[in-house]
Design a protein around this ligand. Sequence first.
Ligand code: ADP
Ligand code: MG
Length: 381
Amino acid sequence: MSDTATNPSNRMAGSPSRPAIVCENLVKIYKVADLEAIALQGLDLVVEPAEFVAIVGASGSGKSTLLSILGGLDVPSAGAARVGGFDLLQMRPPERTRYRRDVVGFVTQQTSRNLIPYLTATENVEVPLRLAGRSGRERRRLAHSLLDQVGLGDRLDHRPRELSGGEQQRVAIAVAVANQPEVVLADEPTGELDSATAAGVIDVFRSLADDHGVTVVVVTHDQELSTRVDRTVAIRDGRTSSEVVRRAVTGDAGDTRVVAEEFAVLDRVGRLQLPAEYVDALELDRRVRLALRPDRINVFPDRIAPSPAPASGAAPASASGAGSGSDALTRARRARALHRRGAPGSSPGGNAGSPPGHDPGGHPDPGPDGSSDDPTPEVAP
Ligand code: ADP
Ligand code: MG
């Protein structure tokens, strides 16, 4: 968006290091009659300013619940959620109104629900500007400028029914960013659009983040959208389970390409979700054995009996965390210290495009000191 129309970076100038969004152990329980539905169960999420993040997950995993909490439309049951310096659990009604008007912009999937049907595109964009107390002349100028920037300069006086789905979504984005929000949230914004139209909408979000410093969080099933974001966060059963991070790397020849790496998410108390396909592949059930290695943790099915641990290794321990050998801890700490100093053979081992936790070299494989350190039996599912 342009200079005066939207320049959220001004708002953020005083606090460059503060994340735009922080959710910690977020819980949302819906009560319907006597039944409770736990939509979010201890979700953790941090989004940095100007980051463009996609949220993906199966239907019913809690994506829309998360977005309506972040949008100030719904109140969490427990945990912590802060957006743009606002505490979403403690906000009182006047603050909530200000938050929804000034800090976040919201776009829903149903194109028709984002806009007032009897108002023109310009008048729709003017609604939030009017609520923010802008004068009539200023409102019109800003509305035209915003519509121009989403490519609708020639549709200013069209009503929603006179616009295509993609055009309506672009008006909705102009409405959502009219008051220069720090954060724009969109729930399946391209869900009702064909791929060419969706691409135009994605361009608008990308530009909001890149050119205007807006933090953008989009719930999506759209594969194309997923490849255009900085990070894709997967939600499973109301918790974040894995992340794909994309970054540009420059090759030796000066060529630039985007590398995607997938990670499992570790929460503050050390919990992680194993990918469902891994759990199925090894028929893991209820508990697993863990074995600490200098540079990794191995996970074994409960039914695989541990072999006797060598003097310097760790005996496979139960998932309760008991029984990790202190030798193994010492070796792991030593390996980590070497890694920090950048010792040879201690590469971080990025595994682009692999599933989370995928071991590119198979196992057992040499530890950082070059020795095979795996005392445990082969895992034969
Ligand atoms: P998603 O957007 O990932 O499909 P939702 O956040 O809409 O998932 O829903 C997560 C869970 O919470 C589902 O089991 C859903 O049935 C339940 N849920 C969502 N909204 C409500 C509500 N207003 N009342 C009761 N249950 C709800
Ligand atoms: Mg949903």
